[in-house]
Design a protein around this ligand. Sequence first.
Ligand code: GRG
Length: 299
Amino acid sequence: MIISEIKSFLEEKRSIVERALDQYFPKGGKYGKRVLDASLYSLKAGGKRIRPILCLMGYELYKPNSEDILPFACGLECIHTYSLIHDDLPSMDDDDLRRGKPSCHKAFDEATAILAGDGLLTLAFELFTHQDLIKRVNPSAVIQAINKVAKAVGLKGMVGGQMADLLAEGKRGSLKKLHWIHKHKTVAFIEASLVSGAILASAPKDEINILSRFGNKLGLIFQIVDDLLDLLGDEKTLGKPIKSDLKRQKLTYPSILGIEETKRITKELTNEALTNLEPLGERAKLLKDLTLYLSERMN
Ligand code: GRG
């Protein structure tokens, strides 16, 4: 892999997503403008935009014109940003910094941050059904993609995972439980981001299954590296304080297995993810490079 190539690919896609977010974010707001300001503050505070980019990549495996699905990709980033805003609240992880800036409830206030998260989650469904998408993509594929994402982030997905994560704080836990938490809190959404793009492109069922298996591995790599960065990362690059998992006695891979074993598992998962992609041949080159890049990422 040539790092500069995948970096410039991600940068190019990131700026396409940023422009679309500006385009699709609602304007005005009159007496409720404060909640729009708070939502936009968090949405535009930076971030890698990995979920929308994965959606575009899933689509581009089958069709070239991924700008057709930008409203959908932006909806994914709205859901992700809502989850970060709520995760930072005092009643959850109580984090003052996010993406290098004061978190939403610090820059505004708690009630506004709750509403901003609610608003972004709802905006996602407006974007998933946006005219610009519906007129270009098969509506039954759109419904299938929405269903996939809704399941991944709902009660039996990210929300359930967050519940289990909060309940596990300060307690001894098994690897089995940790795996369940990661799978629901983080992995399902990453997998659904990639797979929804392929669904929107009407990809064949057997290849959707391949991408789903790969997406599950990639999501787990992403989360485990996040666990490692919390211990070993640089606060400036990460945009948030390190060792917060340790302070809150969170269940993480390093807390159960130690740093070296966690690194070994990350390598093993990376090889498995690359093997998952083999049936797709050369078409999967960018996904392979992304996997290697994310497994060695610094933020
Ligand atoms: C509040 C329902 C609810 C869920 C919160 C996403 C989440 C669940 C919590 C955030 C805490 C955390 C570390 C989750 C693991 C997933 C993860 C690595 C999130 C950060 O995502 P990035 O790295 O962030 O894509 P950027 O800022 O780049 O967008």
